[in-house]
Design a protein. Structure first.
Length: 636
């Protein structure tokens, strides 16, 4: 086959965007689709940073087209001398064209490459740009990145700003239905990051009883302080620590506090762009926190009685922080801007945080003491957790001798043919052992409610007997870097089987939480299941039926029996009330049982799931399913 110059293809900017959209917006799935909206909003936000915009209106229309309006200066419409077309058409249709290169127009902006709005245009079935500028109205229409009308003059106005309406191209995106919550989350972020900015979100797809569209106003008076309180209401110190300063045109704004948890949660932003992968600003912040707290602890004698080495992770356990920096020429990795690369930012953030944080500690000794005590506890827990993990590792190095005593194992060895039931209590475990098929079904009884891993320190988790039994029974161990190793996993079906009552639901929730936090790979690979034992046994004479829900019970009584006379209804309060034959017939026999596979939805924030799951008001499992509560967040 020949390979000549004729085989070389050249694509203009817009053509290349449509051919390789993922290069510009990350992907063509749900994230990339919503990213189009963010690109347009970011242009309005840049007008806000420049001091020309204080209101933005966003409307989702019934056909899933979307409109973004701001009251900024409006995109210029005069003729560009070099290109011979209007500035509006230039920025809408040419990759690399924009006002963000000119520092007289935008000293600070999120848009840097002149790619954003032209990408949106290229990936839209149609787009209409309406400009309110110099008391005049202008409009131009586009299709798939190409202008299909000339720039039109529509009349006079007292308004100013830019209005963009577009509909994403269903040739590029398979799903072109906007998720209100995804957009609202980003808009809420922007309102916190730009205090004083009003952002109105309207959804014309949803109408209330009064005939009004769904709408929300996002506005923050206090900015990052409100943001921090919104994402984390827990705190071990009295105040939210605010840090604000500027070095060499690098503006640093940080809100932080310490809570009772054992995790670090830091959100970072550069020119309002969420840098999910962090970067040099995050490096500078972490370095300053570690250095400052270590120096303060040593100078004030907190470590004299403690024989322990502190590491960076210890200083950040329980910290919640929001970092927002603004600078003139940020260098991001990729068009989607998820990681900052400017080296000069490290030193600026380090110095600002170090100077202001040490002043705060000196002026607030009570808070300082609480933070240092938290750090020392974290260090001790880390050391204890290492020993506990080593114990789990050692117990699993020899699977044949490392099995827990309560485990009733199965005869088969091949994991794909084997399943294990994690059963609530010894009584139900005994019944399950009698009713199972010993060839491929193993039973591990768990004593009561296992440890709530959301509230426990790491060393307590690995020291917990029930959790260690789960590790050992499954054949799972932790490597030296704390990574889960499932090479010796002994069962490809891990089935949580608990009572059909409030306590059973709580126990299954605790087990699910443990798997999600410490063995998430098992959920991702589809190995975790929920057993569904029946709620009722309904009998009349020789006829008997099982009911899994209240609706099932009512239907069976109506359809299978003539009224309620002579009917015996047994409510199963627990698995222990079933005999071995009943448990096998309804819950364990692969031919008859109902299993629900545990699946984590891609668009659910992990840190938001368990604040909902771990509440005190735990309903019976089937009510969870019917009311779309627990399993709306973890889909089964």
């Amino acid at each position: 086959m020949s390979y000549t110059a004729d085989n070389i293809q050249f694509f203009e900017g817009i053509e290349h965007v449509r051919l390789r959209p993922s290069m510009y917006i990350g992907d063509v799935g749900y994230n990339g689709f919503h990213h189009l909206v963010n690109e347009v909003i970011d242009n309005s936000i840049d007008e806000t940073i420049a001091g020309f915009c204080n209101k933005i209106w966003i409307t989702i229309h019934k056909d899933n087209s979307i409109t973004i309006i701001d009251n900024g200066r409006g995109i210029p419409v005069d003729i560009h001398k070099k290109e011979g077309c209007s500035a509006l058409e230039l920025v809408m249709t040419k990759i690399g064209a924009g006002g963000k290169f000119d520092k007289d127009s935008y000293k600070i902006s999120g848009g840097l490459h002149g790619v954003g709005i032209s990408c949106v245009n290229a990936l839209s079935e149609w787009l209409v740009a309406t400009i309110y500028r110099d008391n005049k109205i202008y409009r131009q229409k586009y299709s798939k990145g190409i202008a299909i009308t000339d720039l039109e003059y529509l009349g006079t106005t007292s308004k100013r700003g830019t209005e963009i309406t577009f509909k994403a191209d269903n040739i590029i995106f398979k799903n072109i239905k906007y998720d209100y919550d995804i957009l609202a989350t980003r808009i809420r972020e922007l309102s916190f990051l730009n205090k004083g900015l009003s952002i109105y979100l309207t959804d014309e797809r949803e109408i209330d009883k009064k005939g009004n569209f769904k709408n929300e106003l996002f506005f923050s008076k206090l900015g990052l302080k409100e943001f921090l309180y919104f994402i984390d209401k827990d705190s071990i110190i009295k105040n939210i620590i605010l840090i604000e300063d500027k070095i060499n045109d690098i503006i640093v704004e940080i809100a932080m506090k310490y809570n009772h948890s054992f995790k670090e949660k830091i959100l970072s932003y550069v020119n309002n762009i969420n840098t999910k992968e962090g970067g040099t600003h995050l490096t500078g912040f972490r370095r300053a926190i570690t250095r400052t707290l270590k120096k303060y602890a040593e100078e004030n004698g907190f470590l004299k009685k403690e024989n322990i080495d502190l590491i960076g992770d210890d200083f950040r356990e329980g910290i919640t922080a929001i970092i927002s920096i603004k600078l003139m020429s940020p260098q991001f990795e990729g068009q989607t801007k998820t990681k900052l690369g400017n080296n000069e930012v490290i030193g600026a953030v380090d110095k600002i945080v170090g100077d202001m944080f040490i002043s705060y500690l000196d002026e607030n000794p009570f808070d300082a003491k609480k933070i240092i005590e938290k750090i020392i506890i974290a260090a001790k827990a880390r050391k204890a957790a290492k020993k506990a993990r080593e114990l789990i590792h050692n117990n699993n190095t020899s699977i044949s001798t490392g099995l827990p005593g309560k485990l009733a194992d199965c005869s088969l060895i091949e994991p794909k043919n084997c399943e294990i039931f994690l059963v609530e209590g010894d009584s139900a475990g005994g019944t399950a052992k009698q009713g199972r098929d010993r060839n491929f079904q193993a039973i591990l009884p768990l004593r009561g409610k296992i440890l709530n891993v959301e509230k426990a320190m790491e060393n307590k988790i690995y020291e917990n007997e029930e959790i260690r039994n789960i590790f050992m029974a499954l054949g799972i161990y932790l490597d030296e870097k704390k990574n889960i190793n499932i090479d010796k996993l002994r069962y490809y079906k891990i089935i949580i089987m608990t009572d059909a009552d409030i306590d059973g639901s709580h126990i299954s929730t605790l087990i699910i939480t443990f798997f999600f936090r410490y063995m998430k790979i098992l959920i991702e690979k589809g190995f975790i299941y929920i057993a569904m034992p029946p709620l009722y046994l309904i009998k009349k004479g020789k006829k008997s039926f099982y009911a899994w829900t209240e609706k099932d019970r009512e239907r069976i009584i109506k359809d299978q029996f003539d009224g309620k006379k002579g009917i015996h209804i047994q409510r199963y309060k627990g698995l222990g009330e079933m005999n071995a034959e009943q448990l096998w017939e309804t819950t364990m026999n692969p031919k008859n049982r109902t299993l629900r596979k545990l699946i984590i939805k891609d668009n659910i924030e992990a840190d938001n799931i368990f604040s909902i799951l771990m509440g005190d008001n735990v309903l019976p499992r089937r009510e969870f399913i019917e009311k779309n509560s627990i399993y709306a967040k973890i889909d089964i």
